[in-house]
Design a protein around this ligand. Structure first.
Ligand SMILES: [Fe+2]
Length: 180
């Protein structure tokens, strides 16, 4: 179940918790983050390829791309037995920003985004059917957990330019990890 927990950013004190789509979306609007739940037009098969997945969500991808100016879409898939999972988990677990939006749609599995703004940390556990758009320059981090399992569609303005700029803050260490 998708779950948003809001904390004070200086004290790790829980301020609010939301599990319904409208309430999650409304709370995240305060920091400019977009949250939606999408439904695929056709059921996705277990052996679906990247092309199958992009085709299943083509109308939604097209609408969001024209609205946000995204030029490319791809699919990232991570399994719990990935040999590089520990290193991959560490890659984006420290607070960072990007020069462009971070757009993710969870086709399956889950992961936790932590958005930092307005003196608060918004911890959003995303699951299947969840779309999140983090605006460019928003401080955030992501925890896929020790046994990562997710398939996500990513949209980019310029995939070559999508790199993390780390803030140097250790704030992420003060908040609950994602232990799927
Ligand atoms: Fe990021």
């Amino acid at each position: 179940m998708s779950l948003l927990t809001v904390y004070a950013d200086d004290a790790n004190v829980e301020l609010a918790r939301y599990s319904e789509e409208p309430a999650i979306a409304k709370a995240l609007e305060d920091i400019g983050v977009r949250f939606e739940r999408w439904q695929a037009a056709v059921p996705l098969q277990p052996d679906a390829t990247q092309q199958d997945i992009l085709a299943a969500y083509a109308p939604q991808i097209a609408a969001l791309s024209s609205e946000g100016g995204y030029t490319t879409a791809d699919v990232v898939r991570l399994k719990a037995d990935h040999p590089e999972r520990a290193a991959m988990r560490q890659k984006f677990i420290e607070e960072h920003t990007h020069a462009e939006d971070e757009v993710r749609f969870f086709v399956e599995g889950s992961g936790a985004f932590y958005l930092h703004g307005q003196g608060q940390v918004y911890r959003l556990v995303c699951e299947r059917n969840d779309l999140i758009r983090v605006p460019a320059q928003t401080p955030h981090w992501f925890d896929m957990g020790p046994t990562p399992h997710f398939t996500a569609i990513r949209l980019f303005t310029d995939p070559a330019g999508w790199v993390g700029h780390f803030t140097g803050s250790t704030i992420s260490h003060a908040f609950p990890l994602y232990e799927r």
